[in-house]
Design a protein around this ligand. Structure first.
Ligand SMILES: C[S@@+](CC[C@H](N)C(=O)[O-])C[C@H]1O[C@@H](n2cnc3c(N)ncnc32)[C@H](O)[C@@H]1O
Length: 356
């Protein structure tokens, strides 16, 4: 796909997913590259210098989001001069004309600094998706009784959602779930079928893994995770910052490992419920790795017993039936038995999840 078309599609996606600011910015990037509007030729030259060498980036590599993530991290580090006044993530207010001028000025003055992050894949850890994972976990209580829980996550990025039981969730009727003293409250987390709480839920292990883990304890890791959140989505930013604080007091290991290897080594344990969960990572696996994961779970599940139950809980874009529309479905398979069901559906950034 050619670069301008990929950027235009990214602009539409940002508009559809609730970031008018990034929709504006990417639309103007497209116009400048096409050399249309007044000042277009000069702005286009600035952009071409910054994007040089990336002209053939494939659409899915999301060059637009890499560019905006790089600029955002300069804003967060207070290295972007006048542009910060337009970024809601640091207390500014977005305004398209002034914002665009300050954006192009930054690119013109500091092209190398902006370019230095163009090779990085955007790395996010979406705390909103804890609604799907924790809500799914609550529904396991009827199957597993009150067994303590081992959480094993693949593609966990920084592992923020391995602390999902330390967040508070308010459903659409205002019912509250989770601990009393949480520093992170997700409002409007759930709608549809009401859930039942799991008082006394005990998570005894939290094991994360990712091919590119982010160290949530480091300034660099936190900067990267924040930079790739869209700056006008302040609710997401607040959730992320609150999750950093929770992570300070709730340890969770995130190993550098591919999903296939982690699941290959997975075992169940008598007296505990083992939950393998994941969100928005399945699309990155090869067909072979997906098959490996599923085959291993089937084998492990077939051999397990009622006192060592196993669950596979996932919130992933998928289809209910072949040829049907893509949805962010929350699916659960449990063993012994291997029964699979769709529990509900979520949205890209996880809030709300609708239970069926
Ligand atoms: C879109 S992010 C989602 C992160 C997190 N699950 C969330 O929902 O916020 C996808 C993650 O999958 C990881 N990933 C990609 N391929 C993987 C693989 N083969 N094994 C494990 N993790 C992988 C990426 O490094 C990235 O952190």
């Amino acid at each position: 796909m050619d670069l301008v078309r990929a950027l235009a599609e990214q602009a539409e996606a940002c508009a559809a997913m609730g970031s008018p600011m990034y929709a504006d910015l990417l639309t103007r990037v497209v116009e400048a590259l096409e050399g249309g509007a007044e000042d277009g030729a000069e702005d286009g030259a600035v952009l071409r210098t910054v994007l040089a060498g990336h002209e053939d980036a494939p659409g899915p590599s999301a060059l637009g989001l890499r560019l905006l993530g790089s600029v955002h991290r300069m804003v967060l580090e207070r290295r972007a001069g006048a542009l910060a006044a337009y970024y809601p993530s640091v207390g500014g207010t977005w305004e398209p004309d002034g914002g665009w001028r300050a954006f192009v000025d930054l690119l013109a003055e500091r092209p190398d600094e902006v370019r230095s992050w163009l090779d990085r894949p955007p790395q996010t850890n979406e705390v909103g998706r804890a609604t799907a994972l924790y809500g799914g976990l609550l529904q396991l209580r009827v199957r597993a009784g009150d067994l303590p829980v081992r959480l094993v996550e693949i593609g966990s990025s920084a592992g923020l959602n391995l602390r999902a039981d330390h967040y508070v969730y308010l459903d659409d009727t205002g019912r509250r779930f989770g601990p009393d003293d949480a520093g992170l409250v997700i409002t409007g987390a759930w709608q549809g079928r009401p859930l039942e709480p799991w008082p006394g839920l005990r998570v005894v292990e939290r094991i994360g893994s990712d091919v590119m883990p982010v160290d949530v304890g480091s300034t660099e890791g936190r900067l990267a995770l924040t930079a790739y959140v869209w700056p006008d989505q302040t609710a997401r930013l607040e959730r992320l910052r609150a999750a950093f604080r929770v992570a300070d007091s709730v340890p969770a290991e995130v190993r550098r490992a591919a999903a296939g290897d982690v699941v290959e080594a997975l075992t169940t344990r008598p007296g505990t419920l083992t939950v393998l969960w994941h969100s928005v990572m399945w699309q990155y696996l090869s067909v072979e790795e997906k098959t490996r994961v599923l085959d291993r779970l089937d084998a492990l599940g077939a051999a397990t017993t009622a006192d060592a139950p196993l669950a596979h809980l996932r919130a992933e874009p998928s289809r209910r039936v072949e040829g049907g529309p893509h949805e962010f479905l929350v699916r659960l398979t449990t063993w012994p038995g291997g029964t699979e069901e769709v529990l509900g559906a979520t949205v890209g950034h996880g809030v709300p999840t609708t239970w069926e």
